[in-house]
Ligand binder design. Structure first.
Ligand code: ATP
Ligand code: MG
Length: 390
């Protein structure tokens, strides 16, 4: 019997006039993601189907579909031409060898082809199953152990399945513009990137290093994290930018308690310049209010002050660390994030970082170095790394 994967999409339904664009983007994302498998992906009214795949690839395809934003749920289904005989045959086949309580649930998108209504189809097929497997199976309408779903679609095909596998939901990547993620090697920023990809943002990243104070290991770790989240975001470009000169200059000339404030102003200045240069529409960070000295509202205000016309999105701003960790574990970044590494923020770490910086005092400290020229040189240090989700 023919097996196909029946895909249901989520919030796309809410999009009214834009629905065509959302659907097209999702199907092209699915195609791109499954391109190394020899499969056919087709659209049928209200659903997508993956067909002609090799049984050996089924597990991997399922794992991939679970991570594509915009997919609400999917099922591995038997697919038969819509007729009572075919549905009966497939139902008996599917229930063969199962035991416990069951019910049949029918959904008819196509109300023309069969003369029976949904309830009648369920009753009819349920009766046949009972006739054949009465030793192992019993009907329980309220709390069945097994639900046999019969989905009668408008393409004159009927899909029969037992399990519904949930995807990440959200919106297809590419339907909510583009963003630049400040990606460190920590726990929070990969989660922030995942969350925005789930809202449909095409995410690129910038990583700031202080080579040679930070090692290549820190960089490899960031690439490894990007590779993990690329299962959700799709291929990702990372801009690697050196903050070495800025940190050295701050260290030599400014009040050390302003190190992090000034460094972060440098990071956000570079981030906005990258957004302008590469057409990214938002800056995304993993900041969470009050988590550390640099994430008080005063710090965020003084740092954000360098960004003139790009929105800064902080998807984790109201999260407790443990909530972020739960997501990091779910998306598979946690174990990599907790590997030891030096971030450029931890090089030249001041003993008393200022917790509530004042803008005027910060500007006075900043004026002790040639901030703009240092940023210009940082922009020249950019290296581009392409992370492919393969
Ligand atoms: P994370 O777990 O993401 O590293 P954190 O709790 O360590 O976050 P901070 O070091 O204060 O917090 O950084 C706050 C945010 O600033 C990060 O979530 C990230 O978006 C950005 N950031 C920090 N360091 C870097 C870096 N070296 N390169 C790029 N972005 C960075
Ligand atoms: Mg960090």
């Amino acid at each position: 019997m023919k097996k196909e994967i029946l895909i249901r999409f989520g919030e796309i339904f809410l999009k009214g006039k834009n629905r065509g664009f959302f659907e097209k983007t999702l199907i092209s994302n699915i195609r791109e993601n499954l391109k190394s498998y020899n499969v056919q992906i087709a659209k049928i009214p209200g659903r997508y189907v993956v067909k002609n795949y090799s049984e050996d690839d089924e597990f991997e395809i399922i794992e991939r579909l679970k991570k594509i934003p915009g997919i609400f749920s999917f099922s591995v289904a038997y697919c038969v031409p819509t007729s009572m005989e075919e549905i009966e045959k497939a139902s008996l086949d599917l229930m063969d060898g199962l035991s416990g309580t069951f019910k049949v649930q029918t959904n008819r998108a196509d109300k023309q082809t069969l003369s029976l209504n949904s309830m009648q189809i369920s009753a009819e097929i349920g009766g046949k199953i009972l006739q054949k497997y009465s030793q192992n199976l019993k009907v329980d309408i309220k709390t069945p152990q097994i639900v046999l779903n019969i989905d009668i679609r408008e393409n004159k095909e009927t899909y029969l399945y037992e399990k519904v596998i949930f995807g990440v939901g959200g919106m297809p990547v590419g339907t909510s513009s583009t963003g630049l993620l400040l990606l460190s090697g920590g726990i929070d920023s990969p989660v922030a990137g995942y969350m925005m990809a789930k809202r449909g943002v095409k995410v690129s990243a910038v990583h700031f290093h202080s080579y040679p104070y930070t090692s290549n290991f820190a960089r490899e770790k960031v690439e490894k994290l990007a590779k993990i989240i690329s299962a959700y975001t799709g291929n990702m470009t990372i801009y690697m930018v050196s903050m070495t000169e800025l940190q050295e200059q701050i260290n030599a000339k400014c009040n050390s308690s302003y190190m992090i404030t000034l460094l972060r102003r440098g990071m956000f200045t570079v981030a906005e310049r990258l957004c302008k240069k590469f057409g990214k529409k938002m800056i995304i960070t993993g900041e969470s209010l009050g988590q550390v000295a640099s994430q008080t509202i005063e710090s965020m205000t003084v740092v954000s002050n360098v960004v003139k016309s790009t929105p800064i999105i902080r998807p984790l701003v109201a999260f407790d660390k443990c909530e972020t960790i739960d997501i990091a574990k779910k998306i598979g970044t946690f174990n990599t994030s907790i590997e030891p590494f030096e971030d450029c923020c931890t090089v030249f770490l001041p003993e008393n970082p200022i917790v509530k910086p004042d803008l005027q005092k910060t500007l006075k400290e900043q004026s002790k170095i040639d901030f703009d020229a240092i940023i210009d040189r940082a922009m020249e240090s950019i290296e581009v790394v392409e992370i492919n989700h393969d």
